[in-house]
Design a protein around this ligand. Structure first.
Ligand SMILES: CC(C)(COP(=O)(O)OP(=O)(O)OC[C@H]1O[C@@H](n2cnc3c(N)ncnc32)[C@H](O)[C@@H]1OP(=O)(O)O)[C@@H](O)C(=O)NCCC(=O)NCCS
Length: 170
C-alpha cells in the first residue's frame, strides 16, 4: 500500500459506513431442551455483528477485547428470527467501541421485541497481530452524537474497573 492509500484509510468516517445488520433463524441446535435460544449463541451472534461494524470502519482485521454487561430480556424460541444491528460508536487509537442491538421478530404477528444490547470493544490488528491505528468516527445524527459522547465515559469506566481488577490480582 502506498502513502496516499494509507492516508486515505485514516480519513474520518461517518458512523453510517459501519452500520451492519444480520438476521438469523433460531434452529434446534441453537436452543436448550425448552426450545429457547441459548444465551451463548446470542452472545456469539452479537460478537459477529459487532465485528462486522468494526471491520467496516477500520478496513482491518479486528479482535474482541471486551464485551460489557449483557441482559437477556425475553425468551426466543426455535423458529423465531433474530435481527442484529451494529455500528461503531467511537474510535480511539487502535480500539473502537461498537454497539449491538438484537431483536426477535415474530414473523407471524409482524411484532418485534428487544432481546439484548451490548457494547463491545474491538482492537484493529494487522496480519501479524500488531495493533494498528483506526480512523476517527464522525457522528452525524443526534443518537450518534449521544453514543459518541457516552462512549468516552464508558471507556473511562472500563479502564477504572480493569485497574481495580489488576490491583486485586497483585
Ligand atoms: C485485546 C488485546 C489486543 C489488548 O492488547 P494489549 O496489548 O493488552 O492492549 P494495550 O494496553 O496495548 O491497548 C490496546 C488498545 O486496546 C484497548 N484495550 C485493551 N484491553 C481492553 C479491554 N479489556 N477492554 C477494552 N479495551 C481494551 C486499550 O484501551 C487500547 O485502546 P487504544 O489503542 O484505542 O487506546 C489483547 O489483550 C488480545 O489480543 N487479547 C485477545 C483477543 C482475542 O483473542 N479475542 C477473542 C476472544 S477470546
Amino acid at each position: 500500500m502506498n502513502d496516499d492509500e494509507k492516508t486515505k484509510l485514516m480519513l474520518p468516517r461517518p458512523v453510517r459506513e459501519s452500520i451492519s445488520e444480520m438476521t438469523e433463524i433460531v434452529l434446534p441446535n441453537d436452543a436448550n431442551p425448552l426450545n429457547a435460544l441459548l444465551g451463548g449463541r446470542l452472545m456469539h451472534w452479537i460478537d459477529l455483528a459487532g465485528a462486522m461494524a468494526a471491520h467496516r470502519h477500520s478496513r482491518a482485521y479486528v479482535v474482541t477485547a471486551s464485551i460489557d454487561h449483557m441482559d437477556f430480556l425475553v425468551p426466543v424460541r426455535v423458529g423465531d428470527f433474530v435481527i442484529l444491528r451494529s455500528s461503531v460508536n467511537r474510535a480511539f487509537h487502535t480500539s473502537m467501541e461498537v454497539g449491538v442491538k438484537a431483536w426477535v421478530e415474530y414473523y407471524r404477528t409482524e411484532e418485534n421485541r428487544h432481546i439484548s444490547s451490548a457494547y463491545l470493544t474491538f482492537v484493529a490488528v494487522d496480519a501479524d497481530g500488531n495493533h494498528v491505528a483506526v480512523p476517527p468516527v464522525v457522528p452525524e445524527t443526534e443518537d450518534e452524537k449521544r453514543r459518541y459522547e457516552d462512549a468516552a465515559h464508558r471507556r473511562e469506566m472500563r479502564r477504572k474497573e480493569s485497574a481495580r481488577r489488576n490491583e486485586g490480582r497483585s
